[in-house]
Design a protein around this ligand. Structure first.
Ligand SMILES: C[S@@+](CC[C@H](N)C(=O)[O-])C[C@H]1O[C@@H](n2cnc3c(N)ncnc32)[C@H](O)[C@@H]1O
Length: 202
């Protein structure tokens, strides 16, 4: 059995951020919220705990199997997971109050990243908001910033190339600007390693 897995390394480290995000964004019980590229579903489960009608999508069945296991253990009827491609979301326009993406833009090539954000814009309601959580660029000059660079380097391949381009291009604030979104609120977590941006369509 693997010891160093996403769910026992990354998820515990980000737990506080995932919990804080619900209040930061001012999501309410009953809101319809989508998390794209949800991985193990940890963010979706935090939404579910707060009475939000939460949906998570990811392309990786193994990640979603873990998410489904947690959902069953916690008996969460207000949470759903689907295998889907974030660049072609299987949802109608204007369907969700909030659409979030957590640590799943920094690792992608620019064209994929742009398609994911375009799809997030399409499925969120016009009066709704998008939520971006990812590495804060520039990374802080502390142990967290150094650690992030090391972890991304060892991820290697396309992931590392995506990360390099993400850093060079200015990270989340640049993505928000390029997509014509308005950053309503930005928060920083984990000694400045993580940036959370709530962005509006209007
Ligand atoms: C670094 S993980 C982040 C997972 C999670 N959002 C989190 O905060 O821990 C990136 C995730 O993106 C998923 N992914 C990559 N490309 C995707 C795509 N085109 N559509 C849906 N999911 C995708 C991967 O399967 C992986 O689970």
């Amino acid at each position: 059995m693997a010891i160093f897995t996403y769910e026992n390394l990354v998820d515990p480290m980000l737990k506080i951020v995932r919990q804080s995000v619900v209040d930061f964004t001012v999501m309410k019980a009953g809101n319809r919220v989508l998390d794209v590229c949800c991985g193990t579903g940890a963010q979706v489960i935090e939404y579910g705990r707060r009475g939000i009608n939460a949906t998570g999508i990811d392309m990786d069945k193994n990640m979603l199997a873990f998410a489904e296991k947690n959902k069953s253990r916690l008996k969460m009827g207000n949470v759903s997971f689907y295998v889907a491609d974030a660049t072609a979301l299987p949802f109608d326009d204007n369907s969700f109050d909030f659409v979030s993406v957590s640590f799943a833009l920094h690792d992608k090539p620019p064209d994929v990243r742009a398609s994911v954000v375009s799809e997030m814009k399409r499925v969120v309601k016009r009066e709704g908001a998008l939520l971006f959580m990812d590495f804060n660029i520039p990374l802080p000059r502390n142990i967290w910033g150094v650690g992030a660079n090391i972890v991304e380097y060892f991820a290697g391949g396309e992931h590392y190339l995506g990360f390099k381009q993400f850093k060079e291009s200015g990270g989340i604030s640049k993505i928000v600007e390029e997509h014509g979104l308005v950053a309503e609120k930005t928060g920083y977590f984990k000694s400045g390693m993580v940036a959370v941006v709530k962005a509006n369509m209007l």
